[in-house]
Design a protein around this ligand. Sequence first.
Ligand SMILES: Cc1cc2nc3c(=O)[nH]c(=O)nc-3n(C[C@H](O)[C@H](O)[C@H](O)COP(=O)(O)O)c2cc1C
Ligand SMILES: Nc1ncnc2c1ncn2[C@@H]1O[C@H](COP(=O)(O)OP(=O)(O)OP(=O)(O)O)[C@@H](O)[C@H]1O
Length: 300
Amino acid sequence: MKQHRPPRAIALGYFDGVHMGHRALMERAVQRAREIGGTSAVFTFDKHPSSVMTGRQVPLLTAGAYRQDEIKLLGGVDEVIFGHFEELRTMDWRDFIHELLIGRFGAQYIISGHNNRFGYMGKGTPEGMAEECKKAGIGYDCIPDVKIDGIVVSSTYIRQLISLGDMERVTKFLGHPYTITGVVAHGRKVGRTYGVPTVNLPLPPEMALPPYGVYATRVRVDDQVYLAATNIGVKPTFVDGGAPTIEPHLLDFSGDLYGKLIHVELHQFLRPEKAFDSVEELHAAIEENVRQTRAFFAKG
Ligand SMILES: Cc1cc2nc3c(=O)[nH]c(=O)nc-3n(C[C@H](O)[C@H](O)[C@H](O)COP(=O)(O)O)c2cc1C
Ligand SMILES: Nc1ncnc2c1ncn2[C@@H]1O[C@H](COP(=O)(O)OP(=O)(O)OP(=O)(O)O)[C@@H](O)[C@H]1O
Protein backbone atom coordinates (compact mmCIF):
# COMPACT_ATOMS: atom_id res chain seq x y z
CA MET A 1 0.00 0.00 0.00
CA LYS A 2 1.15 3.53 -0.78
CA GLN A 3 2.63 5.17 2.35
CA HIS A 4 1.36 8.67 3.01
CA ARG A 5 3.79 11.23 4.37
CA PRO A 6 2.87 12.67 6.74
CA PRO A 7 0.23 10.24 8.03
CA ARG A 8 -3.08 11.63 9.26
CA ALA A 9 -5.25 11.35 12.36
CA ILE A 10 -8.76 11.97 11.01
CA ALA A 11 -11.91 12.87 12.98
CA LEU A 12 -15.23 12.08 11.27
CA GLY A 13 -18.50 14.03 11.27
CA TYR A 14 -20.22 17.16 10.04
CA PHE A 15 -19.13 19.37 12.97
CA ASP A 16 -21.82 22.02 12.54
CA GLY A 17 -21.20 24.77 15.10
CA VAL A 18 -18.10 23.04 16.52
CA HIS A 19 -19.65 22.24 19.91
CA MET A 20 -18.13 20.73 23.05
CA GLY A 21 -18.59 17.14 21.78
CA HIS A 22 -16.90 17.97 18.49
CA ARG A 23 -14.00 19.54 20.31
CA ALA A 24 -13.37 16.37 22.31
CA LEU A 25 -12.94 14.48 19.01
CA MET A 26 -10.67 17.07 17.52
CA GLU A 27 -8.52 17.31 20.65
CA ARG A 28 -7.99 13.56 20.37
CA ALA A 29 -7.11 13.90 16.67
CA VAL A 30 -4.53 16.55 17.52
CA GLN A 31 -3.08 14.34 20.27
CA ARG A 32 -2.91 11.27 18.00
CA ALA A 33 -1.31 13.29 15.19
CA ARG A 34 1.41 14.36 17.57
CA GLU A 35 2.02 10.74 18.60
CA ILE A 36 2.39 9.52 15.01
CA GLY A 37 4.34 12.56 13.84
CA GLY A 38 1.58 13.41 11.39
CA THR A 39 -1.16 15.94 10.76
CA SER A 40 -4.60 16.23 12.35
CA ALA A 41 -7.62 16.46 10.08
CA VAL A 42 -11.39 16.51 10.03
CA PHE A 43 -13.23 14.65 7.31
CA THR A 44 -16.58 16.31 6.74
CA PHE A 45 -19.07 16.78 3.91
CA ASP A 46 -19.77 19.68 1.58
CA LYS A 47 -23.52 19.33 2.24
CA HIS A 48 -25.33 18.47 5.44
CA PRO A 49 -26.28 14.77 5.16
CA SER A 50 -29.78 15.24 6.64
CA SER A 51 -30.50 18.13 4.25
CA VAL A 52 -29.65 15.90 1.29
CA MET A 53 -31.49 12.84 2.62
CA THR A 54 -34.69 14.66 3.63
CA GLY A 55 -34.67 17.39 0.95
CA ARG A 56 -35.22 19.96 3.74
CA GLN A 57 -32.37 22.35 4.54
CA VAL A 58 -31.18 21.91 8.12
CA PRO A 59 -30.63 25.40 9.61
CA LEU A 60 -26.89 25.56 10.21
CA LEU A 61 -24.85 26.85 13.15
CA THR A 62 -21.89 27.94 11.04
CA ALA A 63 -22.06 30.16 7.93
CA GLY A 64 -21.14 28.02 4.90
CA ALA A 65 -18.32 30.29 3.76
CA TYR A 66 -16.71 30.20 7.20
CA ARG A 67 -16.91 26.47 8.05
CA GLN A 68 -13.33 25.57 7.30
CA ASP A 69 -11.94 28.50 9.31
CA GLU A 70 -14.22 27.84 12.28
CA ILE A 71 -13.40 24.13 12.47
CA LYS A 72 -9.66 24.88 12.33
CA LEU A 73 -9.82 27.76 14.77
CA LEU A 74 -12.00 26.13 17.42
CA GLY A 75 -10.91 22.53 16.92
CA GLY A 76 -7.22 23.21 16.47
CA VAL A 77 -6.85 20.70 13.59
CA ASP A 78 -4.41 21.25 10.74
CA GLU A 79 -6.74 20.39 7.87
CA VAL A 80 -10.40 20.14 6.90
CA ILE A 81 -11.19 17.66 4.13
CA PHE A 82 -14.55 18.11 2.39
CA GLY A 83 -16.06 14.99 0.84
CA HIS A 84 -18.89 15.31 -1.72
CA PHE A 85 -21.81 13.84 0.16
CA GLU A 86 -23.84 13.12 -2.98
CA GLU A 87 -21.01 10.95 -4.32
CA LEU A 88 -20.02 9.30 -1.04
CA ARG A 89 -23.50 8.40 0.17
CA THR A 90 -23.51 5.42 -2.17
CA MET A 91 -20.05 4.16 -1.16
CA ASP A 92 -19.90 0.91 0.79
CA TRP A 93 -18.83 1.62 4.39
CA ARG A 94 -15.79 -0.65 4.13
CA ASP A 95 -14.62 1.12 0.98
CA PHE A 96 -15.08 4.41 2.80
CA ILE A 97 -12.57 3.24 5.42
CA HIS A 98 -10.06 1.33 3.29
CA GLU A 99 -10.13 3.12 -0.05
CA LEU A 100 -10.91 6.64 0.98
CA LEU A 101 -9.74 7.30 4.54
CA ILE A 102 -6.74 4.97 4.54
CA GLY A 103 -5.91 4.61 0.83
CA ARG A 104 -6.47 8.16 -0.33
CA PHE A 105 -6.01 10.27 2.79
CA GLY A 106 -3.44 8.20 4.68
CA ALA A 107 -5.41 7.70 7.90
CA GLN A 108 -3.23 6.16 10.64
CA TYR A 109 -5.84 6.97 13.26
CA ILE A 110 -9.57 7.45 12.88
CA ILE A 111 -11.64 9.18 15.55
CA SER A 112 -15.43 9.30 15.79
CA GLY A 113 -18.23 9.55 18.32
CA HIS A 114 -20.59 6.83 19.47
CA ASN A 115 -23.44 7.81 17.20
CA ASN A 116 -21.36 8.17 14.04
CA ARG A 117 -22.79 6.37 11.01
CA PHE A 118 -21.15 6.33 7.59
CA GLY A 119 -21.20 4.71 4.16
CA TYR A 120 -24.12 3.54 2.03
CA MET A 121 -27.39 3.65 3.99
CA GLY A 122 -25.38 4.60 7.11
CA LYS A 123 -24.44 0.94 7.56
CA GLY A 124 -21.00 1.77 8.98
CA THR A 125 -20.96 1.78 12.80
CA PRO A 126 -18.25 2.37 15.43
CA GLU A 127 -18.12 -1.42 16.00
CA GLY A 128 -17.54 -2.08 12.29
CA MET A 129 -14.99 0.72 12.21
CA ALA A 130 -13.06 -0.79 15.14
CA GLU A 131 -12.91 -4.18 13.42
CA GLU A 132 -11.80 -2.84 10.02
CA CYS A 133 -9.17 -0.52 11.54
CA LYS A 134 -7.73 -3.45 13.47
CA LYS A 135 -7.52 -5.51 10.26
CA ALA A 136 -5.78 -2.62 8.50
CA GLY A 137 -3.34 -2.16 11.40
CA ILE A 138 -4.37 1.43 12.16
CA GLY A 139 -5.75 3.03 15.33
CA TYR A 140 -9.36 3.90 16.07
CA ASP A 141 -10.75 5.95 18.98
CA CYS A 142 -14.47 6.03 19.73
CA ILE A 143 -15.04 9.04 21.97
CA PRO A 144 -17.67 8.71 24.72
CA ASP A 145 -20.59 11.15 24.63
CA VAL A 146 -19.85 14.57 26.04
CA LYS A 147 -22.78 15.64 28.24
CA ILE A 148 -23.68 18.88 29.98
CA ASP A 149 -26.33 18.89 32.73
CA GLY A 150 -26.89 15.22 31.85
CA ILE A 151 -27.80 16.06 28.21
CA VAL A 152 -25.74 14.79 25.28
CA VAL A 153 -24.36 17.79 23.41
CA SER A 154 -25.54 17.76 19.79
CA SER A 155 -26.01 20.22 16.97
CA THR A 156 -29.71 19.28 16.87
CA TYR A 157 -30.24 20.21 20.54
CA ILE A 158 -28.37 23.50 20.10
CA ARG A 159 -30.58 24.38 17.11
CA GLN A 160 -33.61 23.96 19.38
CA LEU A 161 -32.08 26.27 22.00
CA ILE A 162 -31.45 28.89 19.30
CA SER A 163 -35.05 28.74 18.11
CA LEU A 164 -36.08 29.46 21.72
CA GLY A 165 -33.64 32.37 22.03
CA ASP A 166 -31.90 30.78 25.01
CA MET A 167 -28.50 32.16 24.05
CA GLU A 168 -26.81 31.66 27.42
CA ARG A 169 -27.52 27.95 27.28
CA VAL A 170 -26.44 27.89 23.63
CA THR A 171 -23.09 29.36 24.72
CA LYS A 172 -22.76 26.71 27.41
CA PHE A 173 -23.40 23.80 25.00
CA LEU A 174 -21.40 25.21 22.09
CA GLY A 175 -18.54 26.27 24.34
CA HIS A 176 -18.60 29.65 22.56
CA PRO A 177 -21.37 32.09 21.63
CA TYR A 178 -23.56 31.49 18.56
CA THR A 179 -21.91 33.66 15.95
CA ILE A 180 -23.37 35.01 12.73
CA THR A 181 -20.70 35.83 10.21
CA GLY A 182 -21.12 37.88 7.07
CA VAL A 183 -20.15 40.87 4.98
CA VAL A 184 -21.58 44.29 5.92
CA ALA A 185 -24.08 45.66 3.36
CA HIS A 186 -25.58 49.10 2.87
CA GLY A 187 -28.71 49.82 4.92
CA ARG A 188 -31.29 52.56 4.47
CA LYS A 189 -29.11 54.86 6.63
CA VAL A 190 -32.13 55.93 8.67
CA GLY A 191 -30.73 54.93 12.07
CA ARG A 192 -27.97 57.52 11.93
CA THR A 193 -30.55 60.30 11.46
CA TYR A 194 -31.70 59.75 15.06
CA GLY A 195 -28.30 58.96 16.52
CA VAL A 196 -28.35 55.17 16.31
CA PRO A 197 -26.13 54.16 13.42
CA THR A 198 -26.20 50.43 12.69
CA VAL A 199 -24.19 47.95 10.71
CA ASN A 200 -26.37 46.05 8.26
CA LEU A 201 -25.76 42.34 7.89
CA PRO A 202 -27.97 40.21 5.67
CA LEU A 203 -28.61 36.92 7.48
CA PRO A 204 -26.85 34.06 5.71
CA PRO A 205 -29.93 32.11 4.52
CA GLU A 206 -28.44 28.75 5.50
CA MET A 207 -28.06 29.73 9.16
CA ALA A 208 -30.35 29.00 12.15
CA LEU A 209 -32.50 32.01 12.92
CA PRO A 210 -33.07 33.01 16.55
CA PRO A 211 -36.36 34.73 17.46
CA TYR A 212 -36.73 38.28 16.10
CA GLY A 213 -35.65 40.69 18.80
CA VAL A 214 -32.81 42.55 20.43
CA TYR A 215 -29.68 40.84 21.72
CA ALA A 216 -26.66 41.76 23.83
CA THR A 217 -23.81 41.02 21.42
CA ARG A 218 -20.13 41.40 20.75
CA VAL A 219 -18.92 42.18 17.26
CA ARG A 220 -15.51 41.05 16.05
CA VAL A 221 -14.01 42.80 13.09
CA ASP A 222 -10.36 42.51 12.05
CA ASP A 223 -8.60 42.31 15.43
CA GLN A 224 -11.07 44.54 17.27
CA VAL A 225 -13.98 43.57 19.53
CA TYR A 226 -16.93 45.90 20.23
CA LEU A 227 -19.98 45.60 22.45
CA ALA A 228 -23.19 46.07 20.47
CA ALA A 229 -26.96 46.13 20.95
CA THR A 230 -28.22 44.15 17.98
CA ASN A 231 -31.65 43.86 16.40
CA ILE A 232 -32.57 40.76 14.42
CA GLY A 233 -35.73 41.06 12.38
CA VAL A 234 -37.62 43.04 9.79
CA LYS A 235 -37.89 46.49 11.48
CA PRO A 236 -41.71 46.66 11.57
CA THR A 237 -41.63 50.30 12.74
CA PHE A 238 -40.35 51.31 9.31
CA VAL A 239 -40.60 48.46 6.88
CA ASP A 240 -43.48 46.31 5.74
CA GLY A 241 -42.16 42.78 5.21
CA GLY A 242 -38.83 42.01 3.59
CA ALA A 243 -35.96 39.70 4.44
CA PRO A 244 -34.67 39.72 8.03
CA THR A 245 -31.42 41.50 8.78
CA ILE A 246 -29.09 41.54 11.70
CA GLU A 247 -28.27 45.10 12.75
CA PRO A 248 -25.67 45.71 15.43
CA HIS A 249 -25.40 49.19 16.93
CA LEU A 250 -21.75 49.21 18.01
CA LEU A 251 -21.05 50.98 21.28
CA ASP A 252 -18.10 53.35 21.51
CA PHE A 253 -17.40 53.12 17.80
CA SER A 254 -17.51 55.56 14.95
CA GLY A 255 -16.43 54.62 11.49
CA ASP A 256 -17.33 52.70 8.42
CA LEU A 257 -17.55 48.91 8.12
CA TYR A 258 -19.13 48.52 4.67
CA GLY A 259 -17.77 45.51 2.85
CA LYS A 260 -16.00 44.13 5.94
CA LEU A 261 -16.35 40.57 7.20
CA ILE A 262 -17.77 40.72 10.73
CA HIS A 263 -18.66 38.16 13.39
CA VAL A 264 -21.68 38.92 15.57
CA GLU A 265 -21.71 36.88 18.80
CA LEU A 266 -25.22 36.57 20.30
CA HIS A 267 -24.89 36.45 24.10
CA GLN A 268 -28.33 37.26 25.51
CA PHE A 269 -31.87 37.84 24.27
CA LEU A 270 -33.09 41.22 25.64
CA ARG A 271 -36.60 41.73 24.20
CA PRO A 272 -38.79 40.86 21.20
CA GLU A 273 -38.79 43.12 18.14
CA LYS A 274 -41.74 45.52 18.14
CA ALA A 275 -43.61 47.97 15.87
CA PHE A 276 -43.25 51.27 17.77
CA ASP A 277 -45.73 54.15 17.35
CA SER A 278 -42.96 56.71 17.02
CA VAL A 279 -39.25 57.04 16.38
CA GLU A 280 -38.90 58.61 19.87
CA GLU A 281 -40.27 55.47 21.54
CA LEU A 282 -37.97 53.26 19.47
CA HIS A 283 -35.04 55.48 20.38
CA ALA A 284 -35.84 55.24 24.11
CA ALA A 285 -36.11 51.44 23.86
CA ILE A 286 -32.75 51.25 22.09
CA GLU A 287 -31.13 53.38 24.81
CA GLU A 288 -32.43 50.94 27.39
CA ASN A 289 -31.05 48.03 25.33
CA VAL A 290 -27.65 49.75 25.23
CA ARG A 291 -27.71 50.00 29.05
CA GLN A 292 -28.71 46.33 29.31
CA THR A 293 -25.89 45.34 26.95
CA ARG A 294 -23.28 47.22 28.98
CA ALA A 295 -24.66 45.69 32.20
CA PHE A 296 -24.58 42.16 30.74
CA PHE A 297 -20.92 42.39 29.77
CA ALA A 298 -19.94 44.28 32.95
CA LYS A 299 -21.06 41.15 34.88
CA GLY A 300 -18.21 39.31 33.08
C1 LIG B 1 -30.78 47.87 19.56
C2 LIG B 1 -31.77 48.03 18.43
C3 LIG B 1 -33.10 47.69 18.64
C4 LIG B 1 -34.04 47.83 17.62
N1 LIG B 1 -35.34 47.50 17.84
C5 LIG B 1 -36.25 47.65 16.86
C6 LIG B 1 -37.63 47.31 17.07
O1 LIG B 1 -38.02 46.80 18.13
N2 LIG B 1 -38.49 47.53 16.07
C7 LIG B 1 -38.09 48.07 14.87
O2 LIG B 1 -38.94 48.26 14.02
N3 LIG B 1 -36.82 48.35 14.62
C8 LIG B 1 -35.89 48.17 15.58
N4 LIG B 1 -34.57 48.47 15.34
C9 LIG B 1 -34.14 48.77 13.97
C10 LIG B 1 -34.19 50.20 13.62
O3 LIG B 1 -35.49 50.42 13.15
C11 LIG B 1 -33.19 50.42 12.52
O4 LIG B 1 -31.91 50.34 13.06
C12 LIG B 1 -33.38 51.74 11.83
O5 LIG B 1 -34.60 51.74 11.19
C13 LIG B 1 -32.28 51.98 10.81
O6 LIG B 1 -32.40 51.13 9.73
P1 LIG B 1 -31.39 51.22 8.48
O7 LIG B 1 -30.05 50.69 8.92
O8 LIG B 1 -32.02 50.34 7.45
O9 LIG B 1 -31.29 52.66 8.09
C14 LIG B 1 -33.63 48.33 16.36
C15 LIG B 1 -32.28 48.66 16.15
C16 LIG B 1 -31.35 48.51 17.17
C17 LIG B 1 -29.93 48.88 16.92
N1 LIG C 1 -21.69 14.98 22.56
C1 LIG C 1 -20.80 14.31 21.82
N2 LIG C 1 -19.82 13.64 22.43
C2 LIG C 1 -18.90 12.95 21.71
N3 LIG C 1 -18.91 12.89 20.38
C3 LIG C 1 -19.87 13.54 19.72
C4 LIG C 1 -20.87 14.29 20.39
N4 LIG C 1 -21.70 14.83 19.48
C5 LIG C 1 -21.23 14.43 18.28
N5 LIG C 1 -20.15 13.65 18.42
C6 LIG C 1 -19.35 13.06 17.35
O1 LIG C 1 -18.74 14.12 16.64
C7 LIG C 1 -18.69 13.82 15.26
C8 LIG C 1 -19.38 14.90 14.51
O2 LIG C 1 -20.71 14.97 14.96
P1 LIG C 1 -21.91 15.41 14.02
O3 LIG C 1 -21.72 16.85 13.69
O4 LIG C 1 -22.01 14.51 12.86
O5 LIG C 1 -23.10 15.09 15.04
P2 LIG C 1 -23.95 15.93 16.08
O6 LIG C 1 -23.30 17.10 16.69
O7 LIG C 1 -24.49 14.89 17.03
O8 LIG C 1 -25.05 16.52 15.13
P3 LIG C 1 -26.57 16.11 14.93
O9 LIG C 1 -27.29 16.65 16.11
O10 LIG C 1 -26.91 16.82 13.64
O11 LIG C 1 -26.59 14.62 14.84
C9 LIG C 1 -19.35 12.44 15.09
O12 LIG C 1 -18.33 11.48 15.02
C10 LIG C 1 -20.19 12.30 16.34
O13 LIG C 1 -20.36 10.96 16.70
